[in-house]
Design a protein. Structure first.
Length: 138
């Protein structure tokens, strides 16, 4: 029974990222966690929970510091949603990763009054996605 559950879970996880492995899966997992942390921040702001904002922002800052290493040249193949434009404009991409880390750190330090800092963080995510992520089909 346990083995069946584990196999089903493994299959689900592979399907969740289109069979991604290696560095592509690592970065997809990091981006999913950033998305979850962003939702946590949104909900924590609504509930006036600065500790939850602080913790989620710290998670984002940690991932942001790793972003440049998670996108090596030559890793932009399916199922990755990252565009090869990252290689063409590495300086801009790395600058956005640093901007995300700074925005997350600022949010963590301003968790008692987070609205503007949260907007900056989300805006940074949007800037990067607009420029360096394959547009999702709806």
């Amino acid at each position: 029974m346990k083995r069946t559950v584990l196999l089903l879970l493994a299959g689900f996880l592979l399907a969740a990222h289109g069979g991604a492995t290696g560095i592509v899966k690592q970065r997809m997992d990091a981006m999913v966690d950033i998305g979850r942390a962003t939702k946590t921040i949104r909900d924590a702001i609504r509930r006036s929970e600065p500790d939850a904002v602080r913790d989620a922002a710290a998670r984002i800052a940690g991932h942001a510091a790793e972003i440049p290493a998670l996108f090596p040249d030559g890793s932009f193949h399916h199922p990755s949603e990252a565009l090869p434009a990252i290689s063409a404009d590495r300086a801009a991409f790395d600058a956005l990763a640093a901007k995300l880390a700074a925005a997350a750190e600022k949010l963590a330090s301003n968790a008692d009054a987070p609205r503007e800092a949260a907007r900056r963080l989300v805006d940074t995510c949007k800037q990067c996605h607009t420029r360096f992520r394959l547009e999702k089909r709806r």
